[in-house]
Design a protein around this ligand. Structure first.
Ligand SMILES: [Zn+2]
Ligand SMILES: [Zn+2]
Length: 482
């Protein structure tokens, strides 16, 4: 008897945190809040899973004269007919879904066909049990089928990238184009064991692609995940998170990159799927095939960890435990809630590093301490990063450093101007006061009238626009379309 396993996608603590984020966003960006809410609701829906191993018939050897005619589960139309069989046997109604998520494909010595392992995922517990218990699911086109209870550790390093709803040319991209794209945006393929576009069926409808790219990452490439060892100077006043979890990247960016530094990286073959265009002409340089009305738009898609903590990529936390990384970007350690749109568009590995939404004047010192570069310890990882990945990282780090320096200079400039502005205001006020004292000594004798003036004037915001440079302006106006 194989037990069907329920997979909770989010813990209660995650849920509470997500709700808080949505509430905050509702005032600032209601449209975005609605969109994220719908997305998160999906994450709360539990699904039931079982592992399926499809072993090819022993007779399928090369010596067999008709071996090429045998159906191969490596062919998606064959997978579709297997799903169709399962749907019939499940007797689920059409409110339920059933999918076969690929897990691995292994060569069988002496056989022309490979062993295929899938995860059967369904929203219906009974439906899945019907499939597992049926006599009709022991064989399929010469494959022996066996169901197992999935072990969580086996799926611990699985990621999904949602590629649904993207415009041309991305919507027509093949798997190899996707691989090129994710690789050029920091997902080192020498750390990936398997990558495939998932398939799913809804009852009464033809089998379709799930619109999810399934990515399986080598455990060795993820040695530094989890909250353990995250803090430096733990228990002291200097306590802070210094451990960066940079692999795999948090998201994939397509379309317009508003950061001018991205041009060099794009020229050298990185950041595939992106083009740089300046704020005054966002549609310029658009990739060939992008429809006119989609030019100038940016699409950001998270790389979603499955059965891991989505913030730190470690073991899922208990339902009352909050992850240390829940409010920060695990790649660069920036505090996301202080960024525009709570950092929803943040993509530091694609050079999208937004400005703080509130002037962080008081926090400057702390922020600098936070940003102190921590060299990554690659010796801990048994996987050997590919040469391309290393080169990519160097180029990216140089560009990130340049942006950081520019932003620090901007910030200093801003503070200087604000100080000058305040001083000028104080001086003007003093002069005004003197004038008033002279021209109208009785009215001027009440000091409160004048002291309120500087406090009432808005501190900085309207003035900030005036000296914000083009780059900063560009980032602020950056439009994200998901
Ligand atoms: Zn965590
Ligand atoms: Zn970041």
């Amino acid at each position: 008897m194989i037990e069907v396993v329920k997979r909770e996608k989010l813990t209660e603590a995650d849920k509470a945190h997500a709700e808080k984020l949505i509430d905050e966003l509702r005032n600032e960006n209601p449209e975005l809040a609605v969109m994220i809410e719908a997305q998160i609701k999906q994450d709360f829906t539990s699904v039931y899973t079982a592992e399926l191993v499809c072993m090819p018939n022993e007779a399928w050897t090369k010596g067999h004269k008709r071996h090429s005619k045998y159906p191969d589960l490596g062919d998606h139309t064959v997978v579709d007919s297997l799903i169709q069989l399962f749907v019939e046997i499940s007797r689920m109604d059409d409110s339920h879904t059933l999918g076969l998520d690929p897990v691995s494909v292994l060569k069988v010595p002496g056989n022309t066909m490979s062993k295929h392992v899938f995860q059967v995922v369904s929203s219906s517990k009974e439906g899945l049990e019907n499939i597992i218990n049926s006599e009709k699911t022991r064989m399929f086109k010469g494959y022996h089928l066996t169901f197992f209870q999935p072990l969580n550790s086996k799926y611990g390093f699985r990621f999904q990238l949602n590629i649904q709803g993207l415009p041309l040319p991305f919507s027509k991209w093949t798997l190899s184009q996707w691989i090129e794209c994710v690789q050029s945006q920091g997902l080192d393929m020498s750390a990936v064991t398997h990558i495939m576009i998932g398939k799913k069926i809804t009852l009464g409808k033809a089998a379709r692609l799930t619109g999810l790219l399934d990515i399986y990452v080598k455990p060795a490439a993820m040695a530094e995940t989890g909250c353990t060892g995250a803090l430096s100077d733990a228990g002291t006043a200097l306590e802070r998170i210094t451990k960066k979890i940079t692999f795999p990247p948090t998201n994939i960016l397509l379309g317009r990159n508003p950061e001018s530094m991205s041009q060099d990286l794009i020229d050298s073959g990185l950041l595939k799927g992106q083009y740089y265009s300046p704020a005054y002409n966002p549609a310029a340089n658009a990739l060939p095939g992008i429809p006119e009305y989609e030019r100038g738009k940016t699409y950001s898609r998270p790389i979603i960890p499955i059965a891991m903590c989505k913030y730190c990529l470690g073991e899922p936390h208990g339902s009352r435990e909050l992850c240390m990384y829940r409010d920060i970007c695990r790649m660069c350690l920036v505090h996301l809630p202080s960024l525009q749109n709570k950092g929803f568009k943040h993509s530091c590995h694609n050079l999208i590093v937004e400005d703080m939404s509130k002037p962080p004047l008081l926090d400057i010192e702390r922020k600098r301490a936070y940003d102190a570069g921590t060299p990554e310890n690659e010796t801990q990882a048994a996987y050997i990063p590919s040469e391309g990945f290393k080169k990519q990282k160097t180029a990216l780090e140089a560009a990130q450093a340049a942006i950081k320096a520019r932003k620090a200079a901007e910030l200093e400039h801003q503070i200087l101007i604000e100080r000058q502005h305040r001083e000028a205001q104080a001086e003007a006020l003093a002069q005004q006061e003197q004038l008033l004292m002279r021209s109208n000594p009785t009215e001027g004798s009440d000091p409160e009238d004048h002291n309120t003036t500087p406090q009432e004037s808005p501190p900085t915001s309207p003035h900030r626009e005036a000296y914000m440079d083009l780059e900063t302006q560009k980032l602020l106006e950056y439009e994200d379309d998901i």
